[in-house]
Design a protein around this ligand. Structure first.
Ligand code: ATP
Ligand code: MG
Length: 289
């Protein structure tokens, strides 16, 4: 069965309710072996297209991953990007901001990490935290030393969305293609994964008490995600809501969406012009002596 990226895309100006978006869909594989085969094919193709992106050197690709805890961001990134040349790909994880980062506007820290031309950049969490965790915990704003007038503005959050959308449009105009994934996991599945982290000593390190506190704010997070995805999914930088209760299926969907994004770029290897061709044949003649 073919995976259609459009089935998971949030259309511009669509007001979404996450309860209408599934956390589980009919799998695109019928066995573990078949899953592995499809993923391997996606990874091989991704590697080929990354090679072209790099050689073409006009575009970059930014993949943004956002999700509730234990939705599988890390493992999706690990699997999907396993075939790409590390020289052309950088992954950044964004946690609580440092004092230096807090001393700047909220787009500063991520802007420094944007992928250069020809590269793929991956943001594991991103500037979107500024309208997600910060919206759920507005007390965080007290540490951001913002002007009083900005804080008092009733359009504070709308302004943040606008800053984000404007920045993404700007990047798009300048050759950065942005694809954003929300890994949509159910509360019951998160519970199962938390318990697995507690049961397995090798996974204990992944669990912290704060994960439970954030889980308690589940509804508030879903609301913050709904508002954010509705306000910031644009043609230039679409959001995809990926059903994430089945990790394997989520990886197939994500890799297909990344492939489609690269396909749209009509990438090609730079072709030598007449002068360069002549130079190359002269070099060949010299080497042949
Ligand atoms: P894991 O899946 O391993 O738990 P993680 O991405 O949740 O990975 P953690 O170290 O557990 O990593 O958590 C990072 C925390 O930092 C998250 O709770 C996130 O909401 C928070 N964070 C990220 N960016 C910001 C920000 N700009 N302001 C405040 N908190 C932020
Ligand atoms: Mg965490």
């Amino acid at each position: 069965m073919k995976i259609d990226p459009q089935a998971f895309r949030v259309r511009p100006d669509e007001k979404i309710k996450l309860k209408h978006w599934p956390t589980r869909v009919k799998p695109f594989y019928s066995s573990k072996a078949q899953y592995e085969k499809i993923l391997a094919a996606h990874i091989a193709e991704l590697s080929r297209r990354q090679g072209k992106l790099y050689a073409h050197n006009r575009y970059s690709l930014l993949l943004i991953f956002q999700a509730m805890d234990a939705a599988g961001k890390d493992s999706a990134i690990r699997h999907v990007m396993s075939g790409v040349n590390p020289q052309g790909c950088q992954v950044y994880s964004f946690k609580q901001p440092s004092a230096e980062e807090l001393a700047h506007d909220f787009l500063w820290r991520t802007t420094r990490c944007l992928p250069e031309r020809g590269h793929i950049g991956i943001f594991n969490r991103s500037y979107y935290e500024e309208v997600l965790v910060v919206r759920v915990h507005p007390e965080i704003l007290a540490g951001q030393a913002l002007p009083k007038a900005a804080l008092a503005d009733p359009d504070f959050w709308a302004n943040r969305y606008r800053s984000i959308v404007d920045q993404e449009q700007h990047l798009h105009r300048n050759g950065t293609r942005i694809v954003k994934f929300f890994l949509h996991v159910s509360k019951a599945e998160q519970r199962k994964r938390f318990l697995a982290r507690l049961d397995d000593p090798d996974k204990n390190w992944k669990f912290s008490r704060s994960d439970l506190a954030e889980r308690a704010r589940w509804k508030d997070y879903q609301k913050a995600y709904e508002a954010c995805l509705s306000a910031t999914s644009t043609k230039a930088a679409p959001w995809f809501v990926v059903p994430a209760d089945d990790k394997a299926n989520a990886r197939l969907i994500i890799s297909q969406i990344v492939l489609a994004a690269l396909d749209q770029l009509k990438l090609s290897y730079p072709q030598p012009d007449q002068a360069h061709r002549q130079e190359l044949s002269a070099i060949r003649a010299q080497l042949a002596q």
